[in-house]
Design a protein around this ligand. Sequence first.
Ligand code: PLP
Length: 387
Amino acid sequence: MTSEFDTLALRTGIHRSQFGEHSEAMYLTSSFVFENAAQAAARFAGDVEGNIYSRFTNPTVSAFQERLAALEGAEACVATASGMSAILAMAMATLKAGDHVLCSASVFGATVQLFSSIMSKFGVHTTFVQGSSVAAWESALCKDTKLLFVETPSNPLTEIADIGALAAVAKRAGALLAVDNCFCTPALQKPLELGADLVIHSATKYLDGQGRVLGGAVLGRRQVTDSVYAFLRTAGPTLSPFNAWVLLKGLETLRIRMQAQSQAALQLAQWLERRRGIERVYYPGLPSHPQHALAQKQQRLGGAVVSFDVKGGRDAAWRVIDATRMISITANLGDTKTTITHPASTTHGRISAEARKAAGIGEGLLRVAVGLEAPSDIQADLECGLS
Ligand SMILES: Cc1ncc(COP(=O)(O)O)c(C=O)c1O
């Protein structure tokens, strides 16, 4: 089979049923029937392959796993009910009480909560470090460090971490490096090729691309993903076949969407940088971005998320949001419809003010996830609140 991205995105994971359907079949069934009792026993014992129950495996979910694994260049993929359940399953499968985690400070708010409030209850302790400083990761290592977790570009400030350098740090420490590849997707960045051990996805975002369903995935070597699968099979946060089917369709247009949305995001970032009333624009494709050179080396394009600080703090930021007429005021991102949010009071509202400050998320910060509308209409909508 070809290794061209677009072809893999359309043609991998197709296993036609006896009906010869062209579009992938959706297997909406909670369980599978056996020919007889002996076959049921053999499947449960793992002596013969075959589906048992959709918490374990489902053909539509397997098709999605196969396709995403091909796109990320991963040996194996395990799909989950959401991005957060992907991070939880990965953590539960790879960590135990007494282990230590290093996590970049600028990550999605629920990821901070998961490591700081939930995993800590089970004796797994986390140190948050500045993602873009390799020295900070190195100096925070300790003998119990088993996992380095990084989001690059980060949500919402698009901070970039050097995946290759962090992979080397993790390797020396005998730890795993997991990269949340939500903002770039494999269309723009392939962490496993850069040396990461695991890739995490919130498939809810660009993999779906149209804001329809929740989903997630953990990808990497089968040896590790097998233990993620074992956790899921027992604990249950698996992907539904319906959502897997929607995501399969999303993957078909992934590269084209990422390219068009990244180009529109760059235009918007350049326009914002020239605009009065803006203190700072965060976009990896801008030469003013502190890790612009690294982003150019590690990513094909800058991605579709642009964040910016408006002068005047929360009041001014909320005025920009409230003046929009087209852009959707919603916390999701990765949609073909442009969305806007105020991270300090929404996606990152539950983390402490100190953690927000450490991550650089101020009261005047806005995050725009650029969609496929005409760039001039997106600019005009933001212009209302900025002028
Ligand atoms: C970077 C990143 N990782 C993980 C998640 C969690 O994904 P989900 O909402 O699918 O659980 C999000 C959600 O916004 C995210 O932005």
